[in-house]
Design a protein around this ligand. Structure first.
Ligand SMILES: [Zn+2]
Ligand SMILES: [Zn+2]
Length: 256
């Protein structure tokens, strides 16, 4: 599996892109930075968007992406937007509502629209291309899931999206081997209270999460740090001496 990091930042500044992970050419996990990073040709290839939760930094590109595809006259390339129903409902009600943005679930034609909203059930796998994708509940301030992705060869990664201390995904993953864990660390240790109140992790909270996982993931990739605290977070992570841990950067490629 090859995942391109379109963005992995916990805040938006020049040179710091908000979350988006491109698997192959047509599947993305979170849609913060699709249109700011990919050119038109690459945007048109995107067919499947898995959203962890409806916070703006994770969905910002969707309205521009579907507009770009329709304008390119490629609207026969439907874009499927997947998440649990509470997340899909928020996106439909507050974004594609013909007020904040045109309702692309009925554009260009109500019976042939560019954007197809697909509601997933928690813990229930769905097959996309050669992958099995399963949403597991994580602990954030709004309804949120992480995605376990498995290829036909049995390789797996788990992307948490935004999460504070959690039990559900680790219980559900059980003793399955995870080749790569992409996990939120947004704040430094000194801001633990803020991290917990806003549904995020610090380096020390990450350490506690890892103790809950039966099989230590082969590779651990850190996403969503606040750029303002990046240096401190990196230093604190280094002190934990966790094997095969990497703080992701925009533009990185993760190979699994
Ligand atoms: Zn969030
Ligand atoms: Zn976020």
């Amino acid at each position: 599996m090859k995942i391109k990091v379109l963005g992995c930042s916990g805040a938006k500044f020049p040179g710091h892109n908000i979350p988006g992970f491109l698997l192959d050419d047509d599947i993305v996990f979170d849609a913060g930075s699709i249109t700011g990073v990919l050119n038109e040709k690459a945007q048109i290839k995107i067919k499947n968007i898995f959203i962890t939760h409806a916070h703006l930094d994770h969905i910002r590109s969707i309205p521009f992406l579907v507009d770009n595809i329709v304008l390119a006259n490629k609207y026969h390339n439907k874009v499927n937007l997947y998440s649990i129903s509470s997340v899909v409902n928020i996106i439909k009600k507050h974004l594609f509502n013909s007020s904040l943005w045109p309702d692309f679930t009925i554009i260009p034609h109500p019976d042939d629209a560019i954007l197809n909203l697909v509601k997933l059930s928690l813990n229930k796998p769905i097959k996309i291309n050669c992958y099995t994708v399963t949403p597991y509940k994580v602990n954030h301030t709004v309804p949120a899931v992480g995605y376990l992705v498995e290829d036909e060869g049995g390789k797996r990664f788990f992307y948490t999206g935004d999460t504070g201390p959690s039990h559900e995904p680790w219980d559900k993953i059980g003793d399955k081997a995870i080749n790569c864990l992409i996990i939120d660390v947004s704040f430094p240790n000194s801001m633990e209270e803020m991290a917990i109140n806003t549904g995020h992790l610090t380096p020390l909270l990450l350490k506690e999460e890892l103790l809950k996982i039966k099989n230590m993931p082969e590779k651990i990739c850190i996403t969503h740090p606040k750029p303002k605290f990046l240096k401190t977070i990196k230093a604190e992570l280094e002190r934990l001496r966790i094997k095969n841990l990497k703080v992701l950067r925009d533009g990185d490629t993760i190979r699994i």
